[in-house]
Design a protein around this ligand. Sequence first.
Ligand code: SIN
Length: 548
Amino acid sequence: MEIRTDFLIIGSGIAGLSFALKVVPFGTVALVTKKEVMDSSTNLAQGGIASVFGQNDSFDLHIKDTLVAGDGLCNKDVAALVVKDGPTRIHELIEWGVQFNLSPADATKGSNITRAFDLGREGGHSHNRIVHAHDMTGQEVERALIERIRSHDQITLFEDHIAIDLITYSTRMKRGLITTTHEDFCCGAYVLDRKNNQVKTFAAKATLLATGGAGKVYLYTSNPDIATGDGIAMAYRAGATIANLEFVQFHPTCLYHPEAKNFLISEAVRGEGANLIDARGNPFMQNYDSQKELACRDIVARAIDTELKKSGDDCVYLDIRHRDSEFIKQRFPNLYAKCLSYGIDMTTDPVPIVPAAHYMCGGVVTDMSGRTDIHRLYAIGETACSGLHGANRLASNSLLEALVYADRAARQTIKEVQSIAEDEVPALAAWDEVGTSDSDEMIMVSHSWDEIRRFMWNYVGIVRSDKRLERAARRIEIIQREIRDYYWNFKVVPDLIELRNIAMVAELIIKCALHRKESRGLHYNILYPQRDDQRWLKDTVIRRSYLG
Ligand code: SIN
């Protein structure tokens, strides 16, 4: 079955949804998402969106904080454009129906647009600048955007559709035989309709990757199950350039509880004064950074990792008991309720936490309009490497980046799509599964999933060494070989598609991490503990047959 569309969007987080709303007046839109439309990392985002609204704040200060966090690798022009566009994009969200918290003094007067926001604080920020909707900002944004998406007839939503591979013009129309050069252009994707077990061909004038991150590459992650690096893996296989995958951000504070899966305790809790303490009740952040609990994430996550290794404890604790209990319940209703459901009362108990994989600072390399180096293929949000985050993302800059780049990519694709005639989208071959049969050994798939996530956590985590990375490299090579054999012989199923992607991204993370012989931002190697600007003040760039 072939579906022809002007704009193909893969992913339904803030990046994909806001892009869809921008391009819909200019053509047909197919929005493909793996599970339900709400299943995205955006939906779990608690903290908020960083932007300059505070009285003593300025664009220059926000840019400076972004660059300091990025540890020398941010693109300064990108940082300036993202920061300066922030207020406009946030006002646009309000026009689309998003309700942010207002400062208590202003909560009862004026229109939403002119009132002052209740601005939160997070690590690495010199000022309060986090615009938020209680502790459920992403959920509120998704709610409003989806409501608008559903009101447009021109947008067709394909839920339970999982993209397998991009289709580029020189594809020999047979699975796996993608032979791209940089003159190629992207003309859509093969997508598995998981309910009907059918692979559909999507032919598009412009294709946008907005598939989010790849936290599921790691055993412990704050990410939802859909975060399997699909966009990065598909773009790499199609020949696009990828960068900086060694910079995996570990969020310092995920709930540690046997029944809690992926539950983040927002950095905003530390922004409201919570302290980190060890099992004996001793604070420790003063030993690591003068900003203590509000140091950048890489520093806090490494500090916790060091404390846990020293003490042999399973977790440390986040302690906000000194704040008024009504304030805690009102500011963090979601966190309070969730912790309580596990028997932890944030107002009277310290909350057990551990770091977990949270955000990919690297991704598919794009220009300032979200263009990749394959024509007609765009990438925005966590999937992309725009140059904003450098070696470490500043808290709450991610939703901001996604919004700004959705706007910029939309402007560019609209121009491009309008210049492409109908007959310039080639006829595409249907998915070919000749010679494949139903899998008889799903155990291979589930075992490889487990193995990858475990050795990535143990060998390619917060603290790395060449020895551990080489061990991981040897393991991923074997698993990749097994996956390739398996993939050729059996019909595709969602778990296999995702396994192929997490294995691909794991391999790329390992290669990038082995390549960088220094420590910078989120990449820490005990053999090279210092930052080395003379040799490594540059991105790690990787594409098929190239690493440099
Ligand atoms: C958080 O609420 O701590 C997450 C915000 C972010 O990842 O920027």
